[in-house]
Ligand binder design. Structure first.
Ligand SMILES: NC(=O)c1ccc[n+]([C@@H]2O[C@H](COP(=O)([O-])OP(=O)(O)OC[C@H]3O[C@@H](n4cnc5c(N)ncnc54)[C@H](OP(=O)(O)O)[C@@H]3O)[C@@H](O)[C@H]2O)c1
Length: 264
């Protein structure tokens, strides 16, 4: 789907990958609705885009709040009559050993990273079904395909998002709706804490991507209706190891974990 002239909702657009994606979709001619909780950042983005004569607006909403998503989506539909593109990008990290995560933290991570996307998908599906078209991109993570130590719950939330995307794709294709996942590698954004940076293997810390690279990848997935994309592509190959030879994957993960413990 070409994005020019389309209505595109991007969640988590106040910083990082979401901000870059909102800016890229607007630059390609879409009317962007930027969603997040921090109003000053959303306002700054929209002003910047208006300054470039691009179409953008924002809605403050917590994606983990079912009522907030219902009213945000109702607002977009009342104003524009349709949603053509939905990029479920809002997400939070939970960087801690599983035994040290509280149940509240675990629930919050699943609620934002997984249920936030579910709420938005459910909210826009009736309108997309009516128009017989639409594109939904769920920003998951390489950690969803290759679970990572210190990130058990985050990895699980992203694995759930990938599964949701894959399983709904054939169901929704019959209605003319494209569904995809995007698994980013490491992008230097506000999601990283000092602690999470310390636990990253040295090789990973040398391979940062820019949010703009991800925005270009997400645009490519929408325009070419790709089923999904690992960015960079090599991550897709690495995740194969887990399925082809589980013992080797487990050994590698354990080595990475032990060496991060030594750095601690
Ligand atoms: N950076 C990476 O290396 C990396 C790798 C793989 C996957 N990802 C995924 O990429 C996505 C974007 O992350 P990022 O790296 O760009 O991090 P980021 O800069 O921290 O952006 C996260 C965005 O999500 C929003 N958000 C968080 N909780 C929210 C909530 N409850 N309701 C609405 N919006 C919420 C934040 O806005 P507010 O705080 O204003 O609400 C922010 O705009 C996330 O899903 C992340 O898991 C990132």
């Amino acid at each position: 789907m070409r994005v020019a002239g389309r209505i595109a909702v991007v969640t988590g657009a106040s910083s990082g990958i979401g901000r870059a994606t909102a800016a890229r979709l607007a630059a390609e001619g879409a009317t962007v609705v930027a969603v997040a909780r921090r109003e000053p950042q959303l306002q700054a983005l929209v002003e910047e885009l208006h300054g470039r004569s691009l179409a953008a607006e924002y809605i403050v909403a917590d994606v983990a709040d079912r009522e907030a998503v219902a009213s945000a989506s109702a607002k977009v539909l009342a104003e524009h009559g349709r949603v053509d593109v939905l990029v479920n990008n809002a997400g939070i990290g939970l960087h801690r050993a599983f035994a040290d995560c509280s149940l509240d933290e675990i629930e919050r991570c699943m609620q934002v990273n997984f249920m936030g996307a579910v709420y938005w998908m459910k909210a826009v599906l009736p309108a997309m079904t009516r128009t017989g078209s639409g594109s939904i991109v769920n920003v998951a993570s390489a950690a969803g395909a290759m679970p990572y130590t210190w990130e058990a719950v985050y990895s699980a939330s992203k694995a759930a998002l990938i599964a949701l995307s894959e399983a709904t794709a054939p169901e929704l294709a019959r209605k003319g709706i494209h569904v995809a996942w995007v698994n980013p590698g490491l992008v230097r954004t506000e999601i990283f804490t000092e602690e999470s940076l310390r636990h990253l293997p040295a090789i990973a810390r040398r391979s940062w991507l820019t949010p703009e690279r991800l925005a270009a990848g997400i645009l490519d997935v929408i325009e070419h209706e790709r089923p999904g994309a690992s960015i960079p592509r090599t991550l897709g190959v690495t995740s194969l190891v887990r399925h082809v030879t589980p013992p080797l994957f487990r050994l590698g993960l354990r080595r990475v974990y032990e060496s991060s413990l030594r750095r601690d």
